[in-house]
Design a protein around this ligand. Structure first.
Ligand code: TRP
Length: 349
């Protein structure tokens, strides 16, 4: 097939799978995850969390990895990781992830997953690793030296996906090179040692990326992200502080008015309305009225999620239990897969 690794090809596969998922959910196993570097925000929620809950509710096998080893790819401390991990579990559950149906687990708790890294590393070349555009971009953004772990983390991500034989991975476009590498690793392994791993596809979200409040990429480090766990007052304050422009009449013009457009996009996604329609309604009401509208839209949408969050926070023993149970199940699956890998490689002694 020509250009199989291209964005168009990935989109085509993703659309086919999206349609088939509703008919044959049992054919699919989803694996995706997050780096526990801070609190989850609206970009995570609308970009992927909501879709994970949909897949779970459709009856797809769903697995979510909290990628704690990925945090040390580009920073020198493990401070805050444990706290971030627990808060991530709380966010997942508050958003509708059901731990009875979705396995939630961490890298560092599943040794057999990590051991897949050795055979998988033997299937990729150094130049392939250096060519990965996402790794390069992440290294530049972090300002950290290129560690061996950052260079090879796409291979580690292949271990995350393949240990549980995941075949669909909901991701943003920036993660597609990693999915392509995972496909290659699975194919090369199967060709060399016999079929163990499935064919993997990225599932691209149909929602356009939600910008941060200033119109740039949403990121905690830019201070432009509304976290799921914020209170109504914290949300209001962040929105009030966000930069708009001196033009009173509100119009939806992402190119020339990134701040105003980001607010309108946020309001649109929370109310299910078109940003341009909201702009027209506010018109000469100006930035003040727009900000009040966005604040209400966000706080209304997240009210039930935040209320659940507060309840969950009161019972940290339960949160620890959810994670321990996910880790136990992940270990069973990883041990079974590693046994298959050893058998395929003729390394059973
Ligand atoms: N690399 C992803 C990120 O930075 C997180 C992640 C880790 C992941 N392992 C994964 C995503 C496996 C999908 C599948 O956001």
């Amino acid at each position: 097939m020509p250009n199989e690794g291209s964005y168009d090809a990935a989109l085509r596969r993703s659309n086919q799978i999206s349609a088939d998922l509703r008919v044959n959910p049992g054919k699919y196993c989803m694996l995706t995850g997050d780096r526990p570097t801070g609190r989850l925000h609206l970009g995570h929620y609308f970009g992927t969390l909501r879709e994970r809950v949909n897949l779970q509710n459709l009856g797809v096998r769903t697995n979510v990895i909290i990628a704690d080893y990925q945090v040390i790819t580009d920073r020198d401390t493990t401070d805050h990781i444990a706290d971030n991990v627990l808060n991530m579990v709380i966010d997942y559950l508050a958003c509708g992830i059901d731990p009875a149906r979705t396995m939630i687990f961490t890298h560092s708790s599943v040794p057999a997953l990590n051991q897949l890294m050795l055979p998988f590393l033997s299937l990729v070349s150094e130049s392939e690793l250096h060519r990965n555009p996402t790794v390069k971009a992440e290294q530049e953004a972090s300002g950290h030296t290129l560690t061996g772990l950052l260079l090879t983390y796409p291979v580690h991500q292949a271990c995350d996906i393949l240990f549980c034989k995941g075949n669909i991975v909901p991701v943003g476009r920036d993660q597609l090179p990693h999915i392509e590498l995972t496909r290659q690793i699975a194919r090369r392994f199967n060709k060399r040692y016999g079929k163990v791993f499935p064919d993997v596809s990225g599932l691209l979200t149909s929602t356009p990326m939600l910008p941060g409040l200033d119109g740039r990429k949403m990121s905690k480090s830019y201070g432009n992200a509304i976290s799921i766990c914020m209170t109504d007052a914290e949300t209001a304050k962040l929105i009030r502080k966000s930069r708009t422009d001196s033009e009173r009449n509100i119009t939806f013009d992402p190119e020339n008015r990134p701040g105003v457009a980001a607010l309108l996009t946020t309001a649109g996604i929370c109310t299910g309305r078109e940003p341009a329609e909201i702009a027209e309604e506010i018109g000469m009401g100006g930035a003040g009225q727009l900000k009040r509208f966005v604040t209400d839209a966000v706080n209304d949408y997240f009210a039930p999620i935040r209320a659940r969050r507060q309840e969950l926070e009161k019972d940290m023993d339960y949160i620890h239990d959810v994670l321990a149970d996910g880790n136990r199940r992940a270990n069973e699956i990883a041990n079974a897969t590693l046994d298959e890998v050893r058998a395929a490689m003729g390394m059973v002694y």
